[in-house]
Each structure stands twice: as C-alpha cells, then as structure tokens.
Design a protein around this ligand. Structure first.
Ligand SMILES: *[C@@H]1O[C@H](CO)[C@@H](O)[C@H](O)[C@H]1NC(C)=O
Ligand SMILES: *[C@@H]1O[C@H](CO)[C@@H](O)[C@H](O)[C@H]1NC(C)=O
Length: 331
C-alpha cells in the first residue's frame, strides 16, 4: 500500500511549505516561496549572511540606476529600500537553485491598496531577477488579494508576469481573481478554521473533515473554477491538520508544511479524491464581471475574510519592518 502522500501526489501537485534550504533539498518541491520573515531568518544563517552585506553594497552603488522605483526625499531611505528588494531577490535566486519550478516573491504589503505602486514594485523585482539571468517564467509575484492587488495582477498577467494572489479568504476574492485571469491563488485553509473556532467556540468540535470551514471554502472555490472553466490554479495553503489536507485531495496544488508532509508519508490509510473536475459536488451560476463596489460588498459580507485579510496585511508588513531594521543596523 503506497503512503497517503504517494496517493495524494497522484491527483495533486504537492509543494513543501518551507524555505529551509535543507528541507527543500529533502522534499524537492516543484515551487517554493519567499517572504520577509523567511529572508530575515535566512540572512541570520552563517552561510547566507554575505547576501545581506552584498545587497547593501549593491544598493549603495546602484541606487541611481533604479531611481525611478524609489521616491523618498531621503537618499538613505531609497538605498535601504533597494537593499531590501535586492536581498529578497537574492534569496529567490538561492531557492531557484534548488526548485525546478517557480519562486514566489512578495510585494511589500504596505502597497496592498495601491495598484500602480504594486505594479511598479513587481516590475522592479522582475528586472532584478532578469538582470541576474532569471526569466519571468520562473517567478510568481505574490500580491495580497485586495481589490487593488487583484487588479494589479490583471495588468501584470498581460505582460506574462505570473501572480500568486495570497491572503485569500472570501469567495468574492476568488471570483475576482479568476475574472482577472491571475495564474494562481493560495487560499489559507487553516487560518479560516482558526477564525471560526474563535468566533464560534461552541461549534468548534464540529469543524472537522468536510465540515471544516476552511475545507468548505476551498471546495466551493475549486468547484466554481472548474465548473466555469477558469484556468486560475487553486493552491490550498496553511493547514492545521492532515484531515484538512486529505479532505482537499484533488485540489490543483497544496502547499504543506514539512511536519504534515512527514505525517502523510507515514499515513497508511486509503485516500480518496475529494475534488475532481469530473465529479463536481456542487454547482452554482456564473457571476457577472464584478465591479469594485460589487467586490467590496460581497467580500464585506464575510466577516472572517475581512478580518483575516486586514490582519494578514498588518502581519506581512510587520515582517518587512523587521527586515528593514535588520538591514539598517548593518548599514
Ligand atoms: C503562493 O503564496 C503562498 C502564500 O505566501 C505560499 O504559501 C505559496 O507557496 C505560494 N505558491 C507558490 C506556487 O509559490
Ligand atoms: C485533526 O486530525 C485528527 C486525526 O488526523 C482528528 O482526530 C482531529 O479531529 C482533527 N482536527 C480537526 C480540527 O480537523
């Protein structure tokens, strides 16, 4: 009997949710991701400490060349910002040495409500990668799924810059992403469960298996996309439990932490496919193209999603601030 992990891999692309280089080499995922907290943690490892020093030198020497991307009045602030971007790309390049697919690179969450600035940051990141010899077909630009983030994704996709729309919690966000033709969404299954457990403690014990609100949310999105022929890849992320994963067996991609990958590799149960385009478990009418107002209203109806998106942006930004502080100290 193959392990549960082997069985899962038959109908889902499994991605290791780690940027730990040792673990990446061990699990050999197709794609991987980077973000400010992973970059900061990486820079503190002795073998990668030089990347930070080099990013600072690079920023000091070349800020003039990238001037159009940075608009603070203060020279030092622009240098710092370029050092952050350069370091982020340096870690992306390290990850690309290990994974065959793409690396997701995050646009600073501070820009999440400014479409033009997100596009500009994406252009800069792509330019830095291309100057290092990596083409855009190895990159996902990671954007928060605000209305502006989704519309930035729409524009970037036209230039063949693929986007990973993250902090996705509501059906409205998923519909808008499909309509914007973004390449990939990563709905956060476990964070949805966390919210419902806290909001409805009396029901917490019933949130298991197919009744887990995170599982319900991703199942609905998957069915809607497949029913209406949307190409956007659904990649479930942030799992609290092996059950949350097995309930989503069949999803296009799932990104799984090393601990849960280990559990699945040991699991001996029989895994059945739950999400399957040939057997959609629910159908619903296709929604018309959403306007910004439609989107905001529909998203606002899901209290969980409103809070989780807002919190996610705050926390992503906090991580950027920490990374900036660490670089500033070295300057
Ligand atoms: C997309 O972003 C999510 C959230 O940060 C991440 O977990 C996932 O690995 C990314 N997906 C890919 C394919 O890089
Ligand atoms: C987590 O998984 C275990 C078994 O894998 C199960 O007993 C438990 O109920 C699950 N919890 C949730 C919240 O799904």
């Amino acid at each position: 009997m193959p392990s549960e992990l082997e069985q899962l891999k038959k109908f889902t692309i499994v991605v290791a949710d780690t940027a730990d280089f040792g673990l990446l080499a061990q699990y050999k995922p197709e794609d991987a991701t980077t973000n400010p907290s992973l970059v900061l943690a990486g820079s503190q490892l002795p073998q990668y400490a030089h990347l930070m020093t080099e990013a600072i030198e690079f920023a000091k020497a070349h800020i003039g060349k990238y001037a159009k991307f940075y608009n603070s009045e203060k020279h030092e602030e622009n240098v710092l910002a370029l050092a952050v971007d350069k370091l982020t790309v340096s870690f992306g390049l390290e990850i690309l040495k290990v994974v065959p697919g793409r690396v997701s690179t995050e646009v600073d969450a501070k820009l999440s409500f400014d479409k033009e600035k997100m596009i500009q940051k994406a252009h800069l990141l792509i330019q830095l990668y291309e100057e290092a010899g990596i083409k855009r077909d190895r990159i996902y630009i990671k954007l928060a799924s605000t209305w502006e983030g989704i519309q930035a994704g729409r524009e970037l996709e036209k230039e063949h810059i693929c986007c990973n729309l993250t902090l996705l919690f509501s059906f409205a966000q998923a519909v808008a992403c499909a309509q914007a033709h973004v390449s990939l969404i990563s709905p956060f299954v476990g964070r949805i469960l966390d919210w419902y457990k806290k909001a409805e403690p009396a029901k917490a014990d019933s949130f298991v298996g197919a009744a887990d609100p995170g599982v319900i949310s991703v199942t609905k999105i998957y069915n809607y996309y497949k029913q209406h022929g949307y190409k956007t890849i659904v990649m479930g992320a942030s799992f609290r439990n092996v059950t949350e994963i097995t309930e989503l067996a069949g999803c296009d991609k799932l990104t799984i932490s090393p601990a849960l990958l280990g559990e699945l590799a040991k699991g001996e149960g029989t895994l059945s496919r739950k999400l399957d385009p040939a057997h959609l478990t629910q159908k619903s009418a296709k929604l018309p193209e959403l306007s910004q107002a439609d989107f905001l209203f529909m998203h606002n109806e899901e209290a969980m999603a409103v809070e989780k998106l807002a919190e996610g942006i705050r926390n992503f930004h906090k991580d950027t601030v920490k990374l900036e502080a660490a670089i500033k100290e070295k300057m």
